[in-house]
Design a protein around this ligand. Structure first.
Ligand code: AP5
Ligand code: MG
Length: 204
């Protein structure tokens, strides 16, 4: 199983590139943001609590995120690969993920950090806000999302860099060009058999 993380600030293109990767390699895209928004849409008590954090641009507490993510990932136990988009977001979450994947004997193969300039991030999110329907795509919330990213999530980069699993990819290019850049890093890490199984869904 090929497990990878797409890491980067709000608007960097994590969701966009996850969809490209998923379409090309058949890996399952796990977006914690989307999983949490789906829970909000179901309109239960848990969703209302989650909404309070998201609408302020704060991180949702770990116990909730882990419960939601675990529920979602269990459904994809036999996928050829998993793409974690927006998870982990703290060093604590990274340690939990490592522990979980190591226990299952399917360690993390790659962490891609998407590098995009801040002005461009704003432009992209404001562009998307027109029809995203996302309650956190508002200027004051976006500012807090960046702040949360800088204080809580950015330290993760040195965590993964120290372990030699991080590659930095410039996201300042058309979507397809960014995908080609990521693809090179994935292909370089695939076993010949893995390449076949991930492209055609054939598993031993
Ligand atoms: P989440 O949903 O993960 O949001 P985010 O990290 O703020 O990132 P976005 O989804 O806004 O951006 P993206 O990088 O996916 O970019 P996209 O591809 O959409 O999290 C939302 C909230 O949930 C968090 O604030 C937090 O409260 C909570 N949460 C989530 N995970 C959590 C966790 N693990 N722990 C605790 N709380 C958690 O692209 C953006 C736009 O740009 C699109 O319009 C796209 O079409 C465009 N675009 C993309 N690439 C390009 C390109 N190359 N050129 C031009 N335009 C591009
Ligand atoms: Mg996203």
């Amino acid at each position: 199983m090929f497990n990878m993380i797409l890491f980067g600030p709000p608007g960097a293109g994590k969701g966009t590139q996850s969809r490209f990767i998923s379409a090309h390699y058949g890996y399952v895209h796990l977006s914690t943001g989307q999983v949490l928004r789906d829970t909000i849409a179901r309109d239960g008590a848990s969703g209302q609590l989650i909404k309070k954090f998201i609408d302020r641009g704060y991180l949702v507490p770990d116990d909730i995120v882990l419960r939601e993510l675990l529920r979602e990932s269990l459904e994809h136990a036999d996928a050829p690969g998993l793409i974690f988009d927006g998870f982990p977001r703290t060093v604590h979450q990274a340690e939990i993920l490592d522990e979980m994947l190591t226990r299952k004997g399917m360690p993390l193969k790659l962490v891609v950090s998407l590098e995009v300039e801040k002005d461009e991030l704003y432009r992209r999110i404001m562009g998307r806000s027109v029809d995203s329907g996302r309650s956190d795509d508002r200027e004051e919330v976006i500012k807090q999302r960046f702040l949360t990213y800088e204080t809580e999530t950015l330290p993760l980069k040195s965590f993964y860099r120290q372990e030699g699993r991080l590659v930095e990819v410039s996201g300042m290019a058309p979507k397809q060009v960014v995908f080609e850049r990521i693809r090179k890093h994935i292909d370089a890490r695939l076993e010949p058999m893995g390449r076949e199984s991930s492209s055609y869904g054939i598993r031993e």
